[in-house]
Write a protein that binds this ligand. Structure first.
Ligand SMILES: [Mg+2]
Length: 181
């Protein structure tokens, strides 16, 4: 079996949602970035945990997964967010910009149909804070059909924790490996 994709969300995963008092976790550092399409005098403030870079690199260096951004930051993930964490430029799923007012317009995560088409029959572990029950059912269905699929869902107020990546590496390690010719 080829290495599964590791699909990585940003908002609610690497950038936690502020708590009720409007604060980010003390572990996170403030950065101002200018997303594509915004003017330089109108930056967006983001909060990032500098430990996340090395944590993710430890997983990437295992060679057991193929990392790819899957976020509404789209190409800005690789050019703006990744470098702030010391990550190499990773490819991204080219998500569209649907006119939606909820992240679950059909009861499941809006990204999922695009991810499903993009993955085809590739195994995947997907880290996102916003899965619904239907997304978990989708993952279970893929797995049952022989395409191992794991959803990892951080709490968006705390974001990615070390145990989430332990879950990823533990899951990947027990998958059947590609036979080396
Ligand atoms: Mg998110």
């Amino acid at each position: 079996m080829r290495p599964p994709y590791l699909l990585l969300d940003i908002d609610g995963v690497l950038i936690p949602f502020p708590d009720a008092a409007g604060s980010a976790p003390a572990t996170h550092a403030r950065h101002d970035v200018v997303p594509t399409g915004r003017s330089a005098d109108n930056p967006v403030t983001v909060w990032l945990d500098p430990d996340h870079g090395p944590m993710l690199m430890d997983v990437i260096h295992t060679g057991l997964v193929t990392p790819i951004w899957c976020t509404s930051w789209r190409q800005d993930a690789a050019t703006l967010i990744g470098p702030l964490l010391g990550l190499p430029p990773l490819p991204h799923v080219d998500l569209p910009r649907p006119q939606i007012t909820t992240s679950h317009p059909n009861g499941y995560l809006w990204k999922r149909d695009y991810v499903d088409a993009w993955l085809a029959d590739a195994p995947a572990v997907w880290i996102d804070d916003d899965f619904s029950g239907l997304d978990h059912a989708w993952a279970a269905g893929r797995t049952a059909m022989g395409t191992p699929t794991l959803l990892v869902q951080p709490d968006p107020r705390h974001g990615l924790q070390p145990e989430h990546l332990t879950e990823v590496t533990t899951w990947v390690s027990q998958l059947p490996r590609a036979r080396v010719a």
